[in-house]
Write a protein that binds this ligand. Structure first.
Ligand code: C2E
Ligand code: MG
Ligand code: MG
Ligand code: MG
Length: 285
């Protein structure tokens, strides 16, 4: 009896594993067609300048509305996109559509709003990444200073010298560069002074307990002081509460992004949001 039960359990486990693999295969296969089938979209999360209380711009966050599984979060499909190389066409799609969005906001009377686009390591390591970005800027006719590219520490530590060279070429195009999830990666402060970047985004793991954990507060303040000494801007990610906001302000962060102000918004809702906040840079303002 015990033996039989054991075998059934084993078979059950095997079926589950295969189901997982099967589901992954479906996801992988469907992801290939997601762009053509218009299942991808971009949500936009506002970033607020703490000195002027103005909306600086938005971070572009990819969404996949799967016909059977519904909304699949990026954490579930971006790793698959990276493993399969699909992140390259998907990344191109995000970049182009984020730039087109800037023009749409301008047509609606909202100028100077930037868009931050997350780059994955594979995109960043493409031989022609600089040419690609330059081509998108030309094609969509955006002001390059409104495009911000988010990279992570892990993308630059393997080969700092070539990362510095690519980042400098990107900066020469006029785009802004930020380091995302700062503080969670390799975090050698030594390389930071070499990197031609504009902004550090403090990871939300430091923000979520900033009002109750003295270490998180100390780290946020230290990162901000360091960044300002290096002439970098600091954005606090993941601000969810008023208390967190006040601590972030006390730590002298320049800008915030988080659910306290807004969740990422479907692009159709952004104009509404901007009209409601009334503190954005408008034409002739
Ligand atoms: P990220 O770049 O660090 O983006 C911020 C994430 O934090 C977003 O999750 C956002 O919804 C979430 N967030 C913002 N404010 C709050 C808050 O107050 N509380 C909490 N709990 N979460 C908050 P999302 O949209 O699920 O994206 C997850 C990650 O997927 C992103 O992290 C980014 O690394 C990646 N990702 C998203 N879109 C793209 C893309 O187009 N390309 C690439 N390569 N990666 C992307
Ligand atoms: Mg990001
Ligand atoms: Mg990121
Ligand atoms: Mg982040």
């Amino acid at each position: 009896r015990a033996k039989k039960k054991g075998r059934n359990q084993f078979e059950m486990a095997k079926v589950e594993v295969n189901a997982g693999a099967f589901e992954r295969l479906i996801i992988e296969n469907d992801l290939r067609k997601a762009i053509d089938n218009h299942q991808l979209s971009i949500s936009y999360q506002p970033q607020l300048d703490l000195k002027t209380n103005r909306i600086l711009g938005f971070e572009a966050l990819l969404r996949w509305n799967h016909p059977d599984f519904g909304m699949i979060p990026p954490s579930d499909f971006i790793p698959i996109a990276e493993e399969t190389g699909l992140i390259l066409p998907i990344g191109d799609w995000v970049l182009k559509n984020a730039c087109l969005q800037i023009k749409q906001w301008e047509r609606a009377g909202f100028y100077s709003l930037h868009v931050a686009v997350n780059l994955s390591a594979q995109q960043f390591l493409q031989k022609n990444i600089v040419e690609k970005i330059e081509a998108v800027i030309k094609e969509t006719k955006i002001d390059p200073s409104l495009l911000e590219l988010e990279i992570t520490e892990s993308m630059v530590i393997h080969d700092i010298d070539s990362a510095v060279s690519v980042l400098q070429q990107l900066k020469d195009l006029g785009v802004q560069i930020s380091i995302d999830d700062f503080g969670t990666g390799y975090s050698s402060l030594n390389y930071l002074k070499k990197l031609p970047v504009n902004t550090l985004k403090i990871d939300r793991s430091f923000i979520f307990d900033i009002d109750i954990n003295p270490s998180s507060k100390a780290l946020t303040t230290a990162i901000t002081t360091l960044a300002h000494d290096l002439n970098l801007n600091v954005v606090a990610e993941g601000v969810e509460t008023y208390k967190q906001l006040s601590y972030v302000k006390k730590s002298s962060c320049d800008a915030v992004q988080g659910f306290y102000f807004s969740k990422p918004l479907p692009s159709a809702n952004v104009i509404d949001f901007l009209n409601k906040t009334k503190k954005v840079v408008q034409k002739n303002a």
